[in-house]
Design a protein. Structure first.
Length: 715
């Protein structure tokens, strides 16, 4: 297997022959049946502006002369499992085995333009278009079979890669025979009916992920695993803090080292060597001066700062009259909730390898957005866009953090300067420094509940987390939701460093605040937390998942705090409804929280791969324990104090609770997102369980032992 290949991610040869026009494209694509399809007018318009590929489609499938089906998509595989689920969808619509479907992903010379892989959009937004293309291809095959077999289309069916006579299934012709020697182009019309869930044979079946064996055996290729002849490892001089300005540098000692190449262009300084440890040693010998700005901001006072600098609020949703809601309330609850900056902490650091030959740059990158990366590299090098190829091998976790591509720009720049292949891979310290953190945020809620336990008032304000998950789903007659800075990108002067999307952006913060507030109201009126939610819900999907979670858990009613350590939280993300129940044990002497059990139920519409969906839910639950209990970025001004996992603690195997998942069968709804929803409820479920266990209300994420002990002293 070549260094730029990964089984399961197919890279074809001679990619430089792939040209801008459809005519040239089909010259090199070989014989077969091609179905081209788009993802909607907005994406199509973007593609026309930015892509060098054929201008009226952004994905396609091919049925080759060997009968194999290939699908070419700009999406990437970063652990979410679409390398398996997308072929499942296509195989079912085409009536072929999933093993006969190849998927080509994230290669900008082979795959049409794509905006990137994020937001749990691959299945719910790209999937329907992929299925439609498969259905269109099936119709083409039936028509070709009709011509060859001299039988009306209505009397034919497709089965296991063949077009067959319904009255005599021995009379058949294979897809390979129909494709042989032909070059047929068809655009997905959307008029061919998709299969109904009752007809599924491969979709909704639990399949082992096709990348599983490679990954558990260590054979999977990631960017950092690729080696090219003559490749140099680069280490780049970094500023000591965000906002620091370069003054001067002394590279004389590094230049004395044997075979070390030193590059300096203005304030860009790097050292390169054929061994990474030698390059690291050379970097340590560089003496640089920076003007480091002073700032009083740190991880303790940031919340007051954010509220102070927040822009004017924007109403996200409103109904009823807040004054009427307050008048109707027996109890008014006003609370504020806080969460710290959180790092993405993917186990695979950002990495890139760049090679420039014959005026063309080929760059292997750990990225969630290869086409954006391609344009950035072209601009950095001064190359025409068509002279840059980005290849995305397996990505070892992204969570929104691999949408920035500085490492690729550094590698490309150094490859151009040195004339040799160059690898730039972040150290863990660089990974923390250049991360675009989940933003610190504040949520302020004023709510009211009547003497009958009905929520009458809901006035919700979110600062800097964004509005995803901010809108409530309870039956509240008088409510308003206001977003102060409606995305994770901070207003000017708000955050001292970059912030960005972090798995289910904003929804973790919003769900923690909302579900904590709901629990507080339930406790104040003396109603069981489950009963309180149910009597304030009218949404049937949410009621269904909540009851399913409670049934699986074996919920027994009781007023909180009961001393049993149980907590509930509900949420909606990526079109999926989720309800989680956590059981915890709190050590009153140390403040340590042990999450013993988590039950999670979700309704995600039609489920493509139940096993894959279960794995995603389990991963969300474990990752959610991190932002809930320990993960926070410590900083002073622009200086990031985290350098590794000795101070920044992510979930450990020893934390693993008993995890039980329930996936509700909802064949009336198209597939929804599954890579993020289960994470959004973890903060709220654990916070509510802590209250039920020891009677303290935690308002600040993460809920560290120190914060728990402090709260217990004050209670």
């Amino acid at each position: 297997m070549n260094d730029d290949q990964t089984s399961g991610l197919e890279f074809l040869e001679e990619p430089s022959d792939f040209q801008i026009s459809r005519r040239d494209f089909f010259k090199v694509a070989g014989s077969g049946i091609f179905v081209l399809f788009t993802l909607g007018d907005t994406l199509l318009a973007q593609q026309r502006q930015g892509s060098r590929l054929p201008t009226d489609f952004n994905a396609f499938l091919k049925i080759g002369e060997d009968g194999r089906v290939s699908c070419y998509v700009g999406k990437i595989e970063m652990g979410q499992g679409i390398v398996t689920s997308l072929p499942q969808m296509l195989a079912d619509e085409l009536d072929v085995s999933v093993d006969s479907v190849d998927i080509v992903m994230g290669d900008t010379d082979l795959c049409p333009w794509d905006m990137g892989t994020f937001g749990s959009l691959s299945t719910r937004s790209f999937g329907p278009s992929l299925r439609a293309a498969g259905a269109e291809a099936r119709q083409v095959l039936l028509e070709l079979g009709s011509e060859q077999m001299k039988i009306a289309v209505d009397n034919l069916a497709t089965e296991d890669g063949f077009v067959v006579d319904k009255t005599n299934k021995e009379h058949r012709v294979s897809y390979a025979q129909l494709a042989k020697g032909k070059k047929i182009e068809r655009h997905a019309s959307g008029k061919v009916a998709l299969k109904k869930p009752a007809e599924f044979k491969i979709m909704s079946a639990s399949l082992t992920r096709r990348d599983a064996q490679e990954k558990v055996t260590g054979n999977a290729k990631y960017t950092g695993d690729i080696r090219l002849p003559g490749m140099l490892y680069a280490k780049v001089l970094r500023p000591p803090a965000h906002g620091a300005k370069f003054i001067d540098v002394d590279v004389s000692e590094a230049k004395k080292m044997k075979d070390v190449q030193v590059v300096r262009e203005g304030d860009f300084v790097a050292v390169l060597h054929k061994y990474p440890d030698v390059a690291e040693e050379a970097l340590s010998k560089i003496k640089a001066k920076f003007d480091q700005p002073t700032s009083v901001l740190d991880d303790k006072n940031i919340f007051d700062h954010l509220v102070k600098v927040a822009p004017a609020g924007r109403s996200v949703s409103t109904n009823g009259d807040l004054k009427a809601g307050e008048s109707a309330a027996k109890i008014i609850v006003e609370e504020s909730y806080f969460n710290a900056y959180v790092a993405h902490s993917a186990i695979e650091p950002h990495a890139a390898i760049a090679n420039i030959e014959g005026g063309k740059a080929t760059v292997w990158v750990s990225t969630q957005n290869p086409f954006t990366c391609k344009e950035e590299i072209a601009k950095e090098l001064g190359f025409p866009s068509q002279n840059v190829r980005v290849i995305t091998p397996y990505v070892g976790g992204g969570f929104g953090g691999k949408t920035t591509n500085l490492q690729a720009l550094d590698a490309a720049r150094l490859a151009k300067i040195t004339g040799k292949p160059v690898q730039v891979a972040y150290t863990r310290k660089e990974e923390f420094f250049f991360d675009s953190f989940r933003p610190a945020a504040v949520v302020k809620i004023k709510s009211g509940v009547t003497d009958k336990g009905k929520i009458s008032l809901w006035d919700y304000g979110v600062y800097f987390a964004g509005e995803r998950g901010a809108q409530h789903f309870y039956d509240i007659p008088n409510a308003n939701t206001t977003a102060y800075n409606s995305s994770w990108v901070g207003a000017s002067g708000s955050h001292p460093f970059a912030t960005g999307p972090w798995r289910a952006p904003g929804n973790n913060t919003n769900s923690f605040a909302r579900e904590s507030q709901i629990d507080i109201m339930a406790a104040k009126v003396g109603i069981d937390p489950l009963e309180f939610r149910l009597q304030n819900l009218g949404d049937k999907r949410m009621i269904r998942v909540l009851k399913a979670s409670a049934e699986k858990f074996g919920w027994k009613p009781g007023k909180a705090p009961s001393g049993r350590g149980r907590g509930i939280a509900c949420g909606i993300d990526a079109g999926t409804y989720v309800a989680s129940i956590a059981e915890v044990k709190v050590d009153k002497g140390t403040g340590n929280v042990q999450v013993k059990r988590v039950v999670c139920a979700q309704d995600m519409g039609v489920v493509i791969n139940p096993e894959g969906a279960t794995i995603q839910m389990e991963g969300c639950i474990m990752m959610g324990l991190g932002y809930t209990l320990t993960e926070q970025v410590h900083f002073k001004g622009g200086d990031i104090l985290e350098a590794n996992f000795d101070t920044y603690q992510i979930p450990r195997f020893s934390w693993l609770p008993k995890i039980e998942t329930v996936i509700l069968d909802n064949k009336e709804l198209d597939p929804q997102g599954g890579g993020e929803p289960a994470i959004v409820t973890m903060g709220g479920a654990v916070a509510n369980a802590i209250y039920d266990a020891v009677g303290i209300r935690m308002h600040h994420l993460p809920m560290t032992p120190e914060r728990i002990l402090e709260e217990m002293k004050e209670s």
